[in-house]
Design a protein around this ligand. Structure first.
Ligand SMILES: Cc1cc2nc3c(=O)[nH]c(=O)nc-3n(C[C@H](O)[C@H](O)[C@H](O)COP(=O)(O)OP(=O)(O)OC[C@H]3O[C@@H](n4cnc5c(N)ncnc54)[C@H](O)[C@@H]3O)c2cc1C
Length: 387
């Protein structure tokens, strides 16, 4: 990247990023101070409203956190070292994996709200402008530049509009919603209707188990892990049209079903006053070929580019990795390289192919349920990713 660019009117940006999740925030911080960066998000009330899930970060992420210049801040946030994982997956016999065997280091169980907030704070501290109170966005491309019109957040918002922003580079970092890409006519590839039902069980000082517990079930799969707040996450992944889905929104039902598995039977919450949330969790993402056909200056990162099935536990690593690769591509593009997007999309094709293969193998390894609808659909979903 080159020398800082001169200041300009606040509606003209070098890079406008839609979505201040881990991917968008990491990219915004990384591009400062060289470039004028606007980071857009929705008001909290318009976002999902449920506590976030996704807390496992592999040791290999350390290098990315260092490259983004946020490793010291990250270490000060109080995340816990990742403990062993134990799985009843390929058979009913539990298999242990201790991350101490991972040459990149054990990794972390994140305090997820603190992790996400820390990335945003780092981006703002680096000088990125953050607007998180706008409403719907309208995106267009005119005169070789991207235009983003931001509507008022809602009927109570006195301003008719939050204004028009112009930018050389537009980045979709809006997660699985792919808010920008969909407006530009791109569809999500892979139609996996996987749903995650999850609860944060109340903190219990007697629960000192550090292991991530993973179990295959006939109509889905479980995981449970204790997070740094002391709460325990209990999550079940199943098909969106599973007849049991509605009943399992009841905390007692979810818990009773989990306790049929020896690995989860010891989970006994101190109180039953927890909510069960539902979140789409199927993998899938943009077709790199279709993205390449859009006008120059458009990029997608994180889940908006490729969302991973939670069994991969790779989404946050991918968010940081795509922010890293995309920062290089954007730097080259703003320096005049009109083909800067090509190597980035080539990298994304390779990531998608490796992920597709690994996902297919992971689900196919569960032989004892191979004839069940849930498991047949998962292997089919992995194949769909490349079509
Ligand atoms: C059940 C489950 C378990 C998971 N477990 C793990 C795990 O253990 N480890 C792991 O690494 N990953 C895990 N993940 C994945 C991980 O959470 C995601 O990969 C990660 O959050 C992606 O970051 P992102 O910044 O791309 O998207 P997001 O975190 O989704 O952020 C997108 C941002 O865009 C904003 N936005 C959306 N639409 C608009 C709009 N129209 N205008 C403005 N802003 C908008 C949102 O408010 C949000 O702030 C899990 C995911 C699920 C579903």
């Amino acid at each position: 990247m080159t020398a800082p660019r001169p200041a300009a009117a606040p509606t003209q940006w070098d890079v406008l990023i839609v979505g201040a999740g881990p991917a968008g925030a990491a990219l915004a911080g990384r591009l400062r101070p060289q470039y004028r960066v606007l980071l857009l998000d929705r008001p909290a009330a318009m976002a999902a409203g449920s506590p976030r899930i996704g807390e496992s970060l592999p040791g290999a992420a350390r290098v990315l956190l260092q490259r983004h210049g946020i490793y010291a801040r990250f270490l000060a946030q109080g995340h816990a070292p990742r403990g062993a994982s134990v799985a009843q997956w390929e058979s009913d016999t539990p298999t242990w994996f201790d991350p101490i065997r991972d040459p990149h280091g054990v990794g972390w169980h994140l305090d997820r709200p603190r992790f996400d907030a820390g990335l945003r704070e780092s981006a703002v501290a680096a000088g990125a402008a953050l607007v998180d109170d706008g409403g719907r966005l309208a995106v267009s491309h005119e005169d070789g530049c991207w235009r983003v019109d931001i509507a008022a957040a809602g009927p109570d918002d006195a301003s008719a509009s939050r204004g028009t922003q112009r930018t050389s580079v537009l980045v979709d970092a809006s997660g699985r919603s792919m808010a920008v890409a969909r407006q530009l006519g791109l569809a999500r590839r892979g139609r996996d209707r996987l749903i995650c039902l999850y609860a944060h069980l109340p903190a219990d000082r007697r629960d000192q188990d550090q292991a991530t517990r993973i179990c295959a079930d006939a109509n889905g799969w479980w995981y449970s892990v204790r997070v740094p707040s002391g709460q325990r996450v209990l999550a079940f992944h199943l098909d969106g049209d599973d007849a049991e889905l509605k009943a399992l929104r009841d905390p007692a039902c979810l818990l009773a079903k989990s306790q049929r598995h020896a690995l989860l039977a010891g989970i006994r919450p101190t109180a039953m006053d927890f909510a069960v949330h539902a979140q789409p969790a199927g993998g899938g993402g943009l077709d790199p070929e279709a993205a390449a056909a859009l006008p120059q200056g458009f990029f997608a990162i994180g889940d908006a580019m490729l969302a991973f099935d939670p069994i991969a536990s790779q989404g946050l690593f991918h968010a940081l990795a795509t922010a890293d690769s995309c920062a290089h591509a954007i730097g080259r593009y703003l320096d005049g390289a009109s083909d800067a997007r090509t190597p980035y999309l080539d990298e994304m094709r390779a990531v998608r192919e490796r992920y597709r293969q690994r996902l297919g193998e992971t689900y196919a390894a569960v032989h004892r349920y191979a004839r069940e609808r849930f498991w047949l659909r998962r292997t089919a979903a992995a194949a769909l990713l490349s079509r």
